[in-house]
Design a protein around this ligand. Sequence first.
Ligand code: SAM
Length: 249
Amino acid sequence: MINEIKDKEEFKKLCQKAWDKNSDVWINNRILPIKLKKFIIDFLFEKENPFILDIGCGNGWLLQELNATKSAIKFNYVGVDINHNFIDFLKGKWFDFKYDFFVADFEEKLNVIRDDSVDKAIAVLSLIEMSDLEIAFKNITDKLKNGGCCMIVVLNPYIEMIRINSNMNELKNDIASFRNGNLFFYEKKIISKELESEVNYYGLLHPIEKYFSVAKKSGLLINDFREIDAIDELGTESTIYHCIEFVKP
Ligand SMILES: C[S@@+](CC[C@H](N)C(=O)[O-])C[C@H]1O[C@@H](n2cnc3c(N)ncnc32)[C@H](O)[C@@H]1O
């Protein structure tokens, strides 16, 4: 069943508390479909020597992947996350002047990175925890260079509702509530291979149209949209990713 957001700050606290408990599970068990990883990495390296901003970087799987596949190519990387556990883990793991990690709330004005400096920003499943998309997209717009791009990876809300409801009537009720236009969240255990987290994580059900409209209001243009279905790699329990690319003109 989905729940309506009554208080945005309360929801943020709920997410942070959950990540305090789940960060270790995420650090040790994060799995992504290979085709999604490839799609993201191709996007990041369209141009040479990119300055990459990873929004809500979590365990830093992306930096790990970049090192594994692009070690011969120059790039700079900054990961920001609201959760200390992730940033402490990353600072302990990577010692390189080309990489930086900051604890920062992306729903507040971001001061740790210069404006107009980022070539490629990427947010993988982090905007689905942010109820204040206006500030998040203002940060993206401020930090990108002119001509810089941001890709956000979010989830198809209808598939998420199917994944949390095994009962058809409850599913119909959830979809009806969602279509009424208010902001809802769901909760779910992290499931990775045989492992299930002890506590739930939380995700927001922003309609896809909301990302387009807020980005447009912040001055970004839509560059690309791709749906990536993980069913062939991760099975029927897996989700459908929406990858939306924006450019700062
Ligand atoms: C589902 S995890 C995804 C992490 C990583 N991008 C990945 O793909 O594995 C969501 C991440 O967003 C972070 N996050 C949530 N709200 C945030 C905020 N307001 N500012 C910065 N990071 C946030 C969480 O701490 C968490 O690390």
